[in-house]
Write a protein that binds this ligand. Sequence first.
Ligand code: ADP
Length: 278
Amino acid sequence: NPAITLSMRLIPYSENLWLLVARDVTRLLQLEQMRRDFVANVSHELRTPLTVVHGYLDMLDPAEHPDWAPMLAEMQRQSQRMTQLVEDLLTLSRLESADHLPAEEPVAMSTMLSTLRREAMALSQGRHEVSVEDSAGVDLFGSGKELHSAFSNLVGNAIRYTPAGGHITIRFRKDRPERLNSGAMAKDTGVVLEVVDTGYGIPAPHLPRITERFYRVSTSRSRESGGTGLGLSIVKHVLNLHQARLEITSEVGLGSTFSCHFGAERVRPREPLDIALP
Ligand code: ADP
């Protein structure tokens, strides 16, 4: 059968013998594709009815029906949440089935950082201190739209999982130089975009699974915070498409740091005209 997919592993057996283990994963891949298609189709079909419900809810004026006001507000909140969930599911299906970025371009990082800061302040509504540190002095090369969605998910989480009075730092810096195979240090270093918070933190046993779809440390806290449970999966996929890596360090009660490491091949000189707005 020409359309067969094998997964192969070479395992050391003895000093001069290796074992080649081949597994037929054709059916597994087909099932995985069916699951992705199903989720994408359901999400797509849910979009229209949700838009209608949302639209009619918006037309109901709570001032005309004071008794209904709390129920209307809750219905609007929940339909907003469902809309966000459907949008996140569609984004994830799109990212999962892409094996490369459709369009790559230089991404103006001063503009990106000031947008992220504005978004953080809007979400926080004055409850947190937000600061931006930009010492990298370069731009990234990739998909501006996808990178923005990843970074903004990290910033949103930092605000949502940090109690009032906490501090959020959005930092863009050079990475530490890598050691080459020859033992010398690489001349070109990559860059890191990191979001640091002084929030609740994540207990160590949860860290390996935190980027899985719908994986949550505390279901009740996450529900209350209004997240969809898909944010970090989206971040992981966007970074994979940029050959970048997510590193998470966290201490319960002290806070978390989510670092996105980009290789030197993703670095571009900064556009001189990209001047950040205050
Ligand atoms: P959610 O929509 O639930 O926030 P995510 O995929 O963005 O989904 O995050 C998964 C889980 O990781 C969250 O439910 C939360 O428990 C934990 N988490 C994510 N970011 C942070 C953070 N900055 N501080 C503490 N916990 C976090």
